[in-house]
Write a protein that binds this ligand. Structure first.
Ligand SMILES: NC(=O)C1=CN([C@@H]2O[C@H](COP(=O)(O)OP(=O)(O)OC[C@H]3O[C@@H](n4cnc5c(N)ncnc54)[C@H](OP(=O)(O)O)[C@@H]3O)[C@@H](O)[C@H]2O)C=CC1
Ligand SMILES: CCCCC/C=C\CC(=O)/C=C/C=C/C=C/[C@@H](O)CCCC(=O)O
Length: 285
């Protein structure tokens, strides 16, 4: 898997020569541990490696009911960490209610595409922004109500107002930076903001400054909460089962941007950060 958090984590906690962190779906090829028989598959936080020696600690078996016709790589995407992030952001942080209007940015990516689809399952109006016309077309196929290409709209403020003149009850924030200031102005009274990611800032060497949100938050009585999906680790198993059920029922569609070859992991990683992916960016080794 290549994911945005690797950029922010590595910037602060890694040095040249370290093995890059990251998740993978791995096949057990030798075992002395009956909990992990040869031929079984696990999700493993082993970093960018082709082979790993493990005593089993931290290995998570892929759900036993995983259907043969569902790609195992989805355990790194819609039925994995990004899918869990979408569910917890919507249910635990936003408390999204039927009939509300939700905005999600980086909407065509691993997390955003699941967020929008779950919000539709819950009977909400969904507005998405993404960085290419191909992504906009994909999100319309997924059933998003309003979608725009933030790179070509000219005015983000106008695009947001056109998509939802009555404003936004919930904002699933993946991008951060100056665009957040614009969205804040169009939140409805008592709006909720789930701060999931801030990808536009992960490459910064100096922190960005901007208008401070406090006055708008007071006047509109907004609630803003940052979160990490790991807070609800105790719910992961049940939540993965719900995500798998949605996929099997055809309610949750999943697209992947697959790069072939372990040696191409750095290119896949940089490509994802630059927006090359529609759906989850993965590498097939
Ligand atoms: N809190 C948590 O527990 C978790 C948080 N996250 C966060 O969720 C967000 C999405 O992650 P994920 O779905 O894996 O990644 P994506 O699959 O969405 O890939 C990243 C996307 O970000 C967009 N992007 C990159 N730079 C910018 C920019 N400057 N402005 C706007 N958009 C940009 C690009 O899409 P485009 O073409 O639309 O610009 C790119 O495709 C990230 O911020 C990530 O850190 C992810 C997992 C867990
Ligand atoms: C842990 C890194 C914290 C960096 C925070 C930056 C942005 C938010 C974000 O993107 C957080 C992501 C957290 C991901 C955690 C992943 C691990 O639990 C390993 C997942 C293995 C897998 O792919 O399943």
């Amino acid at each position: 898997s290549v994911d945005p958090y690797m950029r922010s984590f590595s910037k602060f906690h890694m040095k040249e020569g370290d093995v890059m962190i990251g998740g993978q779906v791995a096949k057990v090829i030798q075992s002395k541990n009956p909990a992990f028989p040869v031929g079984s598959h696990v999700v493993s936080d082993s970093g960018w490696r082709t082979h790993t020696l493990s005593d089993g600690t931290g290995l998570v078996p892929v759900l036993p009911e995983w259907p043969k016709d569902v790609s195992l790589s989805l355990a790194l995407g819609a039925i994995g960490m990004p899918g869990l992030t979408a569910v917890y952001g919507i249910e635990e942080v936003l408390g999204l209610q039927k009939g509300e209007t939700l905005l999600v940015n980086a909407a065509a990516g691993a997390v955003g595409s699941v967020v929008g689809q779950i919000a539709k399952i819950k009977g909400c109006k969904v507005v998405g922004s993404a960085g290419s016309d191909a992504k906009v077309a994909y999100l319309k196929e997924l059933g998003f109500d309003e979608v725009f290409n933030y790179k070509t709209v000219g005015s983000l403020e106008e695009a947001l107002r056109k998509a939802s003149p009555e404003g936004y009850d919930c904002f699933f924030e993946n991008v951060g930076g100056p665009s957040s200031d614009v969205v804040l102005q169009q939140m409805r009274k008592f709006g909720r903001i789930a701060v999931c990611g801030s990808i536009s800032t992960y490459n910064d060497s100096e922190p960005q400054t901007g208008p401070y949100p406090y006055f708008t938050m007071i006047i509109k009585e907004l609630k803003m909460e940052g979160f990490l999906q790991s807070r609800w680790e105790h719910k992961h198993h049940e939540t993965l089962k719900r995500l798998l059920a949605w996929v099997k029922e055809g309610k949750l569609q999943c697209r992947e941007h697959v790069t072939k070859g372990f040696e191409n992991m750095p290119a896949a990683f940089m490509g994802m950060l630059q927006g090359e992916n529609i759906g989850k960016a993965v590498v097939a080794v």
